[in-house]
Design a binder for this molecule. Structure first.
Ligand SMILES: NC(=O)c1ccc[n+]([C@@H]2O[C@H](COP(=O)([O-])OP(=O)(O)OC[C@H]3O[C@@H](n4cnc5c(N)ncnc54)[C@H](OP(=O)(O)O)[C@@H]3O)[C@@H](O)[C@H]2O)c1
Length: 296
């Protein structure tokens, strides 16, 4: 009920500016990431966008600089390649950039089972493992900064993983693949590792929260004419402007200063599904993510 009520609500808004602060956003070339980049830039924030497509990225940065007069730095990484994500993570960890907000937004929904060149299921890799790798590599730097808000663009779709994660079959070899369940599993994995990151960042000044950005019309799920589209997206399409307003609020509002480890539907706190709160599984997926990301 809370999910339905919150999904139809208007997000809380924050009107303060964010001049001179640095905001990193992944997947800023379309949909929610793009509108969010513009929202932050319109309030004076400098941007660091992490995208896979160079041409779209150059166009985006030109547009941002021209329209808002702020900085727009960029890094390129295809999140379907672990090595590219790690390279960007290490470059940022070794940089003297002070990152005020990191928005992990890049994501896909795939109706068919697809394996990456790393041999992993693509949605798990792009929607969970890549943000995990970036956060893991950056965690000491962020702690040293003593201030940063990490926001995971997650989804109410995590609830599709009704039975939780199948840790012995993350590549969907033993079960028949379902786009909804694989999407739900990847988002559940992200929520579970948030529990561990939250432990790590406790009392450090760094917070980590996850959010559902609303059911909004973007490129996501476009190739799907099936259940995902009909059940999850189409009935309640809204504009990605609401996602951007919510992500701006979660990134800068004083109302949630120090709040960490929570799941928000837009700007309203909600209880995630039970499989996303299981500490024992959180420990396991944390270890597995370190192993799969070759981070140990
Ligand atoms: N739309 C919704 O209703 C909805 C609901 C709940 C959650 N979400 C979440 O919101 C986030 C953004 O989705 P969206 O709806 O804005 O979708 P979108 O319009 O398809 O945007 C996805 C973004 O992720 C990037 N991306 C995709 N695959 C990538 C890869 N392999 N490497 C690097 N970047 C990659 C895309 O880059 P390109 O431009 O190069 O394709 C694009 O910038 C996702 O995490 C999604 O799960 C969306």
């Amino acid at each position: 009920m809370a999910m339905l009520r919150n999904s139809n609500a208007e997000p809380l808004e924050c009107q303060e500016d964010f001049k001179g602060h640095l905001v990193a956003i992944t997947g800023a070339t379309s949909g929610i990431g793009y509108v969010t980049a513009r929202e932050y830039a319109s309030h004076g924030a400098n941007l660091l966008v992490i995208n896979r497509n160079k041409e779209k990225t150059l166009n985006l940065c030109d547009e941002i600089k021209r329209e808002f007069g702020v900085e727009c730095k960029y890094k390129l990484a295809d999140f379907a390649h672990i090595s590219e994500v790690k390279k960007v993570g290490k470059e940022l960890a070794n940089s003297d950039l002070n990152i005020d907000v990191i928005i992990h937004n890049a994501g896909v929904y795939l109706p068919e089972r697809t394996l990456s060149d790393d041999g992993l299921e693509m949605v798990f890799q792009v929607d969970h493992l890549s943000s995990f790798i970036l956060n893991f590599i950056l965690k000491d730097k962020l702690k040293a900064q003593q201030k940063c808000r990490i926001i995971l663009v997650n989804s109410e779709g995590h609830r599709f993983a009704i039975l939780g994660l199948k840790l012995d079959d993350l590549t969907w070899q033993k079960r028949s693949y379902s786009g909804l369940k694989s999407y739900g599993s990847a988002k559940t994995a992200q929520l579970l590792t948030m529990i561990k990151f939250n432990d790590y960042f406790r009392n450090s000044g760094v917070t980590i929260n996850a959010m559902h950005p609303g059911n909004v019309k973007t490129n996501m799920g476009e190739e799907s004419t099936g259940l995902f589209q009909r059940v999850f997206i189409e009935p309640s399409y809204r504009s990605p402007e609401i996602s951007a307003k919510a992500l701006y609020y979660l990134g800068i509002s004083k109302d949630i200063e120090g709040v960490s480890g929570k799941f928000f539907n837009l700007t309203y706190e909600e209880e995630p599904a039970p499989p996303a709160l299981d500490r024992k599984v959180a420990e396991k997926i944390w270890d597995l993510s370190i192993k799969l990301g070759r981070l140990a």
